[in-house]
Design a protein around this ligand. Structure first.
Ligand SMILES: Cc1ncc(COP(=O)(O)O)c(C=O)c1O
Length: 399
């Protein structure tokens, strides 16, 4: 059946983006230090998200790796990570030999602070969190725990560009934050990422990891670190200048896009609130989400079909982007996390994931599907169409 509805287009490649890329092509396509387009991008990103130090890198995954390496996480350290997130939140820790401890989520998919506290040992070095689908984690409780136990609090903010907690920008008030700028993200360079931290030493270590020689010589001052400036410590993680040119102009329209996404989320909430069998996820009072996506919880007891068939029908009728996440799922299912010893001597065979740390993650994953959160003029068409199709499919399948 041919769909009646077109796919939503993000990012919108407008004249500003085209001109920015063209200008960059003519200006410079390889920058060794932190000048030019890097300087402009990092300056604007820091200004927008209230950050002290920020570095552009070539993916969200390497932004996370920069954060972990910068923080000095190493073999023998334990790191508490979410049981439910995209795998790249935790996969880079494996390169450093750290032992992962999985903390289960709450009923909104975000890490449960109580579970975090129960996993702390004398070896714990850091707590890693992801603001799932753009909804901020409970930052008061997490900061309280990390302060009491003297742990680093590190964020994967890849879904949460512009989300706030108690009025403060996510990413600006913990020990470190990593954002993906991959093609689907709210701000996107196609491939790319940003790592930010308020700690100069963590920042300088991240510079050494991926930005050897010219940039490192300009930015690494710590007496213990500056001798490594020429070679760095192993990688070149620089963002491509053309990628930087793609994302930079988006920052100037970011506030408008966020305002429109928040309006869309409000209208979706109103439309779905009264549908029996479809539930909205809990949003903490102090949280203002970024609405990377709009998660909906499907109550199978109210329907004649399962979640897969329900979403399949939504897709068939034109709600093309109604989606059951695939790669983002309980991490115990991944070989890397349950059998790390098979690829690295850093891990003992005895290391086992404990299924009970994933109970809520599995439940959440099994009942969640998500919608896009549209912006721009056409958002009202999408909202109307999707709510229409949702109601149609609910009526078709309700018990
Ligand atoms: C939560 C989360 N963390 C990390 C990543 C990895 O980012 P990238 O694909 O830019 O490496 C993604 C998305 O791709 C993500 O959604």
């Amino acid at each position: 059946m041919k769909s009646r509805y077109s796919k939503f287009c993000h990012p919108k490649i407008n004249e500003n983006i085209k001109n920015s890329v063209l200008n960059q092509l003519l200006e410079n396509i390889s920058i060794y230090d932190n000048g030019g387009i890097y300087e402009r991008l990092e300056y604007e990103f820091k200004k927008k998200f209230y950050l002290k130090n920020a570095i552009a890198v070539n993916s969200g995954t390497t932004a996370l790796f920069s954060m972990f390496y910068g923080s000095g996480i190493t073999q023998g350290d334990e790191v508490i990570v979410p049981s439910y997130t995209f795998f790249a939140t935790c996969a880079p820790l494996h390169q450093l030999g750290a032992e992962l401890k999985f903390a289960d989520c709450k009923d909104n998919g975000n890490i449960d602070p109580e579970k975090v506290e129960s996993l702390i040992t004398s070896k714990t070095k850091a707590v890693v969190i992801t603001h799932m689908w753009g909804i901020p984690c409970d930052m008061d409780e997490l900061i309280d725990i990390c302060t009491r136990y003297n742990l680093l609090l590190l964020e994967d903010s890849s879904h949460a560009h512009g989300a706030t907690w108690d009025g403060k920008m996510i990413g600006s008030f913990t020990d470190g934050s990593a954002w993906s700028l991959q093609g689907k993200k709210i701000l996107t360079s196609g491939e790319g990422g940003i790592f930010a931290t308020k700690h100069r030493r963590i920042y300088e270590r991240a510079v050494l990891l991926g930005h050897f020689n010219k940039r490192a010589k300009k930015e690494v001052f710590d007496v213990d670190l500056k001798d490594f400036a020429v070679t760095g410590t192993g990688f070149n993680l620089r963002m491509h200048p053309l990628a930087a040119a793609i994302v930079l102009p988006q920052i100037s329209i970011f506030d408008k896009m966020m305002e429109e996404k928040r309006e869309t989320a409000l209208l979706l909430k109103k439309g779905i609130d009264n549908i029996d069998g479809l539930n909205l996820v809990h949003i903490p009072k102090k949280a203002n989400p970024a609405w990377y996506a709009f998660p909906i919880l499907f109550d199978e007891t109210k329907f004649k079909v399962n979640l897969q068939d329900f979403v399949k029908k939504l897709n068939e009728l034109g709600a093309l982007e109604a989606d059951i996440p695939n790669s983002t799922r309980p991490l115990n299912e991944y070989f890397l996390f349950h059998s790390p010893h098979k690829i690295s001597q850093n891990y003992s065979e005895k290391l086992r994931v404990n299924k009970k740390d994933f109970t809520n993650a599995i439940q959440f994953h099994n009942k969640m599907f998500k919608l896009d959160v549209w912006y721009g003029e056409e958002r009202f068409n999408f909202i109307e169409n999707y709510l229409f199709i949702l109601n149609l499919v609910v009526d078709l399948y309700k018990k």
